[in-house]
Design a protein around this ligand. Structure first.
Ligand code: CP3
Length: 338
C-alpha cells in the first residue's frame, strides 16, 4: 500500500506531497456520468458494488494518493428514521424536519444494519485498493443544519432560531448525533477504513462563542473517541475559529483558500495541514493555476506535514485532464533546498 498519505496524516514529512481531492468522484468525470445515467445518486450510494466502483475511478484515472468512500454525509440519517432524497437541481431534501425539542421524538438511535451497504462497500474496497481509504461523516452540527432546515440554505435561520430559543433542546440533538456518529465511524473503522474525515462544512457560520458552546465539545468527543486511525477535521473560516481549532487534537486540519497556508502552519503547529487550493482556479488558465499550486507547495513546507487538496469539492465544470496534470505536477515537484 502507498504510505505517503498516512505518513503525512501522522505528521511525518514525506518524499513527495500526497494529494487527493474532495469530491474526486463525481459528475465532472465522464466515467461517473456513464454510471449515473443508469442509476440515481442514492441508488449508487446504497449499492456496494457501484459505490466501490465509483470510489476507484479517481484513483485509477487521476493517480491520487488516497480514496474516499463514495457516499454522502446525510446517509446515516437513514439509520435514524429520517428520510433523505436528492432532487435534480434542488439538492438534498430531508424529512421530517426537527426544529424544536418536541420534534426530537422523530429521531431514533442509529441502526447500523439500516446502513449496512456502507460497510459492505468499504469491505470490497479494502480488498481492491493500493492506496488508503478515507471514511467520513459530517460533524453533529453540520448534520443538524440539514435536519433542521430540510434542505440546503445560505442563511440557516431555522438552525439559529432553534439554537437560540431552545439551547437545551439543541444540545440534546447534538448529543444524539454525537453518539450516532461515533457508532457509525467506529463501524467504518471495523470494516477497514484507514483514516476518517469529519466534514464540518457549516461550522463557519457561527460566532467563535457559539462554536465553542454548540460545536466544539461534540467534535472533540468524536475525535477523542477515535484512537486507531488518523482523523482529518475539515471546516471553513479557520482563522476566526483558530483558538478553538487548536484544542481539537485531530491529526490533520483541512483548510480552505481564505487562509494563507503559511499563516495556518504558524497558527496550527501541532497539526498536519490539508489543502488549500481554491477549486475554481482549476477553471482558469494553467499558468495562473500552477503559480498558485507552487506557492501552496512551497509554503506548505512550513506545516508539520502537508497533504495537497482543494479548499472544497471539485467543481462540476473541471476538466479531468487538468486534475491529472495537477496530480503529476505535485508528485514531480522538486523543492529547492535553502
Ligand atoms: O468526496 C467524495 O468524492 C466522496 C463522496 C462525497 C459526496 N458528498 C458525494 C456527492 C462526500 C464526502 C460528500 C460530502 C457532503 N455531502 C458534504 C460535505 C462536503 C461539502 O461539500 O461541503 C455535504 C454538505 C453534502 C450534502 C450534499 N450532497 C449536497 C449539498 C449535494 C448536492 C450538491 C450537488 O453537487 O449536487 C450532495 C450530492 C452529492 N454528494 C453528489 C456527490 C457525487 C452529486 C450527486 C449526483 O447528482 O451525481
Amino acid at each position: 500500500m502507498k504510505e505517503a498519505f498516512l505518513k503525512a496524516c501522522r505528521g511525518i514529512k514525506t518524499d513527495y506531497i500526497p494529494v487527493w481531492f474532495m469530491r474526486q468522484a463525481g459528475r465532472y468525470m465522464p466515467e461517473y456520468q456513464k454510471i449515473r445515467q443508469k442509476y440515481d445518486f442514492l441508488t449508487m450510494c446504497k449499492t456496494p458494488e457501484i459505490a466501490a466502483e465509483v470510489t476507484l475511478q479517481p484513483v485509477k484515472i487521476l493517480g491520487v494518493d488516497a480514496a474516499i468512500l463514495f457516499s454522502d454525509i446525510l446517509i446515516p440519517l437513514e439509520g435514524m428514521g429520517i428520510k433523505i432524497e436528492f432532487i435534480e437541481d434542488k439538492g438534498p431534501q430531508v424529512s421530517p424536519t426537527i426544529r424544536t425539542f418536541s420534534h426530537l421524538k422523530n429521531l431514533r438511535e442509529i441502526q447500523l444494519e439500516a446502513v449496512g451497504y456502507v460497510f459492505s462497500a468499504i469491505k470490497i474496497l479494502v480488498r481492491e485498493l493500493h492506496v488508503p481509504l478515507i471514511g467520513f461523516s459530517a460533524s453533529p452540527f453540520t448534520l443538524a443544519t440539514y435536519v433542521i432546515e430540510g434542505c440546503s440554505t445560505k442563511e440557516f435561520i431555522n438552525t439559529k432560531r432553534f439554537m437560540f430559543s431552545e439551547p437545551a433542546g439543541f444540545h440534546k440533538l447534538m448529543e444524539l448525533f454525537t453518539e450516532a456518529t461515533l457508532k457509525y465511524l467506529t463501524e467504518q473503522i471495523k470494516a477497514g477504513v484507514h483514516a476518517i474525515q469529519i466534514f464540518d462544512t457549516w461550522a463557519g457560520i457561527l460566532s467563535p462563542l457559539d462554536y465553542e458552546i454548540f460545536v466544539k465539545p461534540y467534535v472533540k468527543r468524536i475525535i477523542d473517541g477515535i484512537k486507531s486511525v488518523p482523523v482529518i477535521y475539515f471546516c471553513s473560516n479557520t482563522s476566526g475559529l483558530a483558538n478553538h481549532l487548536k484544542e481539537l487534537n485531530a491529526n490533520v486540519l483541512s483548510i480552505d483558500w481564505r487562509i494563507d497556508i503559511k499563516e495556518a502552519a504558524n497558527l496550527f503547529k501541532s497539526y498536519s495541514l490539508q489543502g488549500n487550493l481554491d477549486p475554481l482556479t482549476l477553471l482558469g488558465k494553467e499558468e495562473e493555476l500552477f503559480i498558485r499550486v507552487e506557492k501552496i507547495l512551497i509554503d506548505g513546507k512550513k506545516a508539520k506535514a502537508h497533504i495537497f487538496n482543494l479548499g472544497h469539492g471539485v467543481n462540476i465544470n473541471t476538466k479531468v485532464e487538468t486534475l491529472k496534470k495537477l496530480v503529476d505536477f505535485i508528485h514531480e515537484f522538486k523543492f529547492v533546498e535553502v
